[in-house]
Design a protein around this ligand. Structure first.
Ligand code: ADP
Ligand code: MG
Length: 613
């Protein structure tokens, strides 16, 4: 319970006491009674009145605050003081309940993930201290015993073990680690004792970043409200108009009974307050976001959940997304220097890049990489890299890069991704590398089509030949190759115009140099992006591992959540409609209406909880 909740509780309690005092301790008609009731009303109703006033000043008249203010002030006008207090009181209890539930569901989303480490065992001055992870500094050494959760990101100094990454990726793919390798916080150490040198403070660790992401996801309340605000914009004026007609027409027709119809109209207004909707819709969305995060799918806000459900076009990046992004070096064709020398040059100039190609070249080279002699490294997104090595300018990259520096290319008969290497203007040779399609890719493309996604498109900076090969194997009917990152954005923009009405365009990338596209798509999805900050920032949805099959799963969860939300809306509206009719006929009292709403709300909440599973 937060401070705000406690304050609300105090006001509700004060108002209840005042209401009871005035009703039971003071004689009927005592002038003091009215004063107590007004105080009781203001204790709970003041901020509703204030908000309604502020909204009117801003030109947004029709919302629930307006509805509540109008109905309760109206009750005062016709002399039903206790009713006015009670209605406002119950409304506020509902609000408190809602806000508390939202608060709890947000907490439970992070609890669900259950990755927060409690303690870290640190070696200090020859002893091992148990501290909270926040207290451990970079470069300190921690001990992680079998069965324990890795509390901080670091590098293994001693020991080897198997790590279970289930909590992070939703899939229990064990990962073996040995000295020199990286461990990320949140994994469970399954077998051996590890001594780990900490590389990041807790605040920047993988665990802290993920938790932050998830909690902020639930925080993005703006768009959830917009779902209801959108609804309220139509609903409220209709209800107010209906109440007005109810107040005016019958008395005019029958020539009297203004008080009777006035109080019926006010009843009608109070009954119309869509409390159940206001509570259950955001709760359902929170449930869906929580359920998805259990599966390793982090959704940054309910609006993206809504958008996922309406996926119409899915655009994939190729390298690292549909393919593994782990290139095998197939052949090395040296023209001017030895094979090993060509590899050394390529691996060295690529040594600062995170691109899968760079990583693979380094892994293949194996030899010592001397970065001392390296200067002025430039990454040319979608083309390659360039750097000064031993005083001469080296270029490593694709045809486009070579053409742009005016180097002629020899013909290479191999199909595959080619890294050409040039020194100054001299062509040194090329390395043909090949990537593998991920196991889940074909299934994912198929599942998307079955889920009604109209079109899957692949964009890549790689060559036409490689792109065609991958697209054919996956059954993707449209692909565009040889693209620079900016051209990918242009294609996404063109595709945005092709989507069906109300449909959404999803872009899925591995996050390496696709931040601009991630931002441009309706829903930008980064996969396997635990390591890449830029992608996690730019994306709207983060898939924790790099299995493309998470995508159809995400769409499934989104649709299920939306259908539960729709059920709740329909149910609440049906009951509402019934009671509205009873109120118009003068059968339902204000008290009945308020209690019916509380009941509907409870049922809707129970239904919303299903989205969590
Ligand atoms: P994709 O669109 O498939 O994700 P990128 O846009 O990252 O691929 O890269 C497109 C092409 O640019 C690659 O296929 C490769 O030919 C070249 N390239 C990009 N980065 C590098 C690099 N670091 N080293 C060599 N070539 C690169
Ligand atoms: Mg890429």
């Amino acid at each position: 319970m937060t401070r705000g909740h406690r304050l609300d509780l105090i006001r509700i309690a004060a108002s209840t006491v005042l209401l009871l005092l005035s009703l039971f301790l003071l004689p009927q008609g005592d002038p003091f009674q009215s004063i107590l009731l007004i105080l009781a009303y203001l204790a709970v109703g003041w901020d509703v009145l204030k908000e309604a006033g502020e909204h009117i000043l801003h030109g947004q008249i029709f919302d629930e605050n307006f509805l509540m203010s109008l109905a309760t002030l109206g009750a005062f006008v016709i002399g039903e003081y206790p009713e006015a207090v009670a209605v406002m009181l119950l409304y506020q209890i509902g609000e408190l309940f809602q806000s508390y539930a939202v608060h709890k569901s947000r907490r439970s989303i992070s609890a669900l993930m259950d990755i927060r480490p409690d303690t870290a065992a640190v070696e200090r001055d020859g002893a091992v201290l148990i501290l909270s992870p926040e207290e451990v500094a970079v470069d300190e050494i921690i001990i992680v015993k079998p069965g324990e959760r890795v509390p901080l990101d670091g590098i293994v100094l001693e020991g080897s073990s198997t790590l279970n990454t289930a909590a992070l990726t939703g899939e229990s793919l064990p990962r073996d680690v040995t000295p020199g390798e990286e461990v990320i916080s949140g994994c469970i150490n399954q077998s051996g004792m590890l001594r780990v040198k900490v590389t990041k403070p807790y605040g920047e660790s993988t665990v802290a970043r993920i938790l932050d992401l998830v909690e902020n996801a639930a925080d993005q309340k703006a768009r959830v409200e917009s779902f209801i605000t959108r609804f309220a914009r139509v609903y409220t004026p209709v209800v107010v108009a209906a109440a007005l007609l109810l107040f005016v027409i019958p008395p005019l027709a029958s020539g009297g009974g203004w008080t009777l119809w006035g109080s019926r109209a006010l009843n009608f207004l109070v009954v119309s307050c869509p409390c159940a909707l206001v509570i259950s819709v955001p709760l359902t969305f929170f449930g869906g976001i929580g359920g998805a995060s259990k599966q390793g799918i982090l959704i940054k806000g309910s609006n993206y959940l809504e958008a996922l459900a309406k996926a119409d076009i899915v655009v994939f990046d190729k390298t690292g997304t549909l393919t593994r992004g782990v290139f095998q070096v197939a052949v090395v064709h040296p023209d001017e220097v030895g094979q090993q020398e060509l590899l050394r040059i390529a691996a060295t100039v690529e040594s600062y890049s995170d691109h899968p190609i760079s990583r693979s070249l380094r892994a293949h080279y194996r030899g010592e990489i001397n970065t001392q002699a390296l200067e002025g490294v430039q990454e040319l997104a979608g083309q390659g890299v360039s750097a000064l090595l031993e005083g001469r300018r080296i270029y490593a990259g694709n045809d486009k890069l070579m053409t742009s520096i005016g180097v002629d290319l020899p013909n290479c008969p191999h199909v595959g991704t080619v890294v050409h290497v040039a020194r100054d203007q001299e062509y040194l040779g090329h390395i043909v590398i090949s990537d593998e399609i991920k196991e889940g890719s074909a299934m994912a493309v198929k599942a998307l089509a079955q889920a009604g996604v109209r079109r899957s498109v692949m964009l890549t900076g790689d060559s036409q030949a490689v792109a065609r090969d991958v697209a054919e194997k996956l059954g993707i009917d449209r692909f565009y190759a040889g693209l620079l990152p900016a051209q990918k954005v242009e294609h996404v923009e063109a595709l945005l115009k092709e989507k069906a009405r109300g449909g959404q365009l999803l872009f899925v990338g591995d996050g390496i140099n696709d931040a601009p596209v991630l931002t441009r798509a309706d829903v930008g999805i980064a996969m396997g992006a635990l390591g890449s900050d830029a992608a996690v920032e730019a994306a709207d949805v983060v898939l924790m591992d790099d299995n493309p099959q998470r995508l159809p799963l995400a769409i499934h969860i989104a649709r299920k959540t939306l259908s539960i939300a729709r059920q709740n809306i329909l149910f609440a509206l049906a009951i509402k409609f019934l009671i509205l009719i009873l109120a118009a006929l003068g059968i339902a009292t204000m008290w009945m209406a308020v209690f019916a709403d509380v009941g509907v709300t409870l049922l809707a909440i129970l239904n919303a909880m299903r989205a969590l599973r």
